[in-house]
Write a protein that binds this ligand. Structure first.
Ligand SMILES: *[C@@H]1O[C@H](CO)[C@@H](O)[C@H](O)[C@H]1NC(C)=O
Ligand SMILES: *[C@@H]1O[C@H](CO)[C@@H](O)[C@H](O)[C@H]1NC(C)=O
Ligand SMILES: *[C@@H]1O[C@H](CO)[C@@H](O)[C@H](O)[C@H]1NC(C)=O
Length: 313
C-alpha cells in the first residue's frame, strides 16, 4: 500500500458531495459533512491478534452467568449485492447469545458519538446509545469467533483483527443519518506495532427488534440482477423466517426503498454484512447507510467491524 494511494483519498469527499447532489429528495437533505461522519470507536483496547477458537463450553469467572458457545450454530446466507459485497445472514446470533450479550452490555449504554472533522462528538446525526462489550466475555468471543470464521481469507491471522464490537440501541424517534463505517484516513494502531488500520467490513446484527420503523437503509445498494422484465417483485428474501412470527403480516426482510436503494427490516438474530473498502483500501461510498427513525419501540444491534491493517510508512 503506497502512501500515494492514500493521499488520493481526499478526492472521495468531492465524490461524496456529488453523490449527495445527485441523490433523491430524502438524501439531498443531508449535507456532505454528515456523509463524512462515521461511527466512533469506544475507548477499548485493540483485540489481540487472534480470536481464540472456541471448541468447547466456556464459562467465565468474570461474569455472573454461565454461557455455552455453540460452535456448530447454524446460520444461513443470501447474496444481496456483489459490488459492493452485501450478504444477508439469517440467524447469525442465537437467542441465548443475544440474552447474554444484552445482560453484559445493559449497564454500559451511553449516548452514541460520531467522529467528525477528527473529533468525537455528540450529534443530532446520531441519536442512539452505545455500549462497548468486554473482549473476554464468552458470548462476545463466541460471536466474534463465528464472524471471524465467516470472513475466511479476508483477514490474515496474526496481522488483522476483529476489533472491539459494540451494541447500539435506538428508541422511538432515534436514528442515525446516512454515514459510512470506514474512516476517511487510516487510524494508528493503539499498540506499538507501527501499523495503521481501517474497517474492511461491517456486520450489523439485530439483537432486539421490538419496534416499528428502524430499517437499515443503503441508498446506493442494488440487487444483483436487473429488474424483472415481467415486472414481478424481486427476490422476497427469507420469508420463511417470518412464519413463526404470527403477530404480524408476512413482510419481506428487505425491500426496495422508495427513495432508492435497499432497506433491511430489523429482525432479531439476523445480520447484514458488507465490505466497506475497495481493494485499493479506499472507502466505498456505495456502502453509505442510515438507521431510519424508529416509529415506536426499541431496536438493539451489534456492530462488528473487522480491521484491515497496513504497515505504517
Ligand atoms: C480505488 O478504487 C476505486 C474503485 O476501483 C476507485 O474508484 C478509486 O479511484 C481508487 N482510488 C485510488 C486512490 O486509487
Ligand atoms: C471443555 O471444558 C471443560 C471445562 O471448561 C474441560 O474440563 C474439558 O476438558 C473441555 N473439553 C474439551 C474437549 O476441550
Ligand atoms: C416492546 O416495546 C414496547 C414499547 O417500548 C413495550 O411496551 C413492550 O412491553 C415491549 N414488548 C416486549 C415483548 O418486549
Amino acid at each position: 500500500m503506497s502512501a500515494s494511494s492514500f493521499s488520493k483519498v481526499a478526492g472521495i469527499s468531492a465524490a461524496a458531495a456529488l453523490l449527495v447532489a445527485l441523490a433523491t429528495p430524502y438524501l439531498s437533505s443531508f449535507s456532505p459533512p454528515q456523509l463524512a461522519s462515521f461511527v466512533s470507536e469506544l475507548p477499548i483496547r485493540d483485540y489481540p491478534f487472534i480470536i481464540p477458537f472456541l471448541r468447547n463450553t466456556s464459562t467465565s469467572s468474570s461474569t455472573d452467568h454461565d454461557f455455552t458457545c455453540d460452535t456448530l450454530h447454524p446460520y444461513r446466507t443470501e447474496l444481496v449485492s456483489l459490488d459492493p459485497l452485501i450478504i444477508y445472514i439469517h440467524n447469525l446470533i442465537s437467542p441465548i447469545e443475544i440474552s447474554s450479550l444484552l445482560r453484559t452490555a445493559e449497564p454500559k449504554f451511553a449516548p452514541s458519538k460520531v467522529t467528525k472533522h477528527g473529533y468525537q462528538q455528540n450529534t443530532q446525526d446520531r441519536t442512539s446509545s452505545s455500549a462497548g462489550l468486554p473482549r473476554d466475555d464468552p458470548a462476545v468471543l463466541c460471536v466474534l469467533s463465528r464472524a471471524r470464521n465467516f470472513l475466511g481469507t479476508m483477514l490474515r491471522d496474526g496481522w488483522d483483527e476483529m476489533g472491539p464490537p459494540q451494541l447500539v440501541r435506538y428508541s422511538t424517534g432515534q436514528r442515525f443519518n446516512v454515514h459510512h463505517d470506514w474512516f476517511d484516513s487510516l487510524r494508528w494502531a493503539s499498540d506499538d506495532s507501527n501499523r495503521k488500520w481501517n474497517r474492511i467490513a461491517s456486520f450489523f446484527a439485530i439483537l432486539q427488534d421490538n419496534c416499528t420503523g428502524g430499517e437499515t437503509h443503503f441508498p446506493f445498494a442494488k440487487g444483483i440482477a436487473a429488474p424483472n422484465p415481467w415486472g414481478g417483485s424481486s427476490w422476497r428474501g427469507g420469508m420463511e423466517d417470518q412464519i413463526q412470527r404470527q403477530d404480524e403480516v408476512l413482510k419481506p426482510l428487505w425491500r426496495e426503498h422508495e427513495d432508492g436503494g435497499l432497506a433491511f427490516r430489523p429482525i432479531a438474530g439476523n445480520a447484514v454484512f458488507w465490505v466497506n473498502l475497495h481493494p485499493n483500501g479506499t472507502g466505498d461510498l456505495r456502502t453509505n447507510h442510515a438507521g431510519l427513525p424508529l416509529l415506536s419501540g426499541q431496536k438493539t444491534a451489534m456492530n462488528i467491524w473487522p480491521r484491515q491493517y497496513y504497515p505504517a510508512e
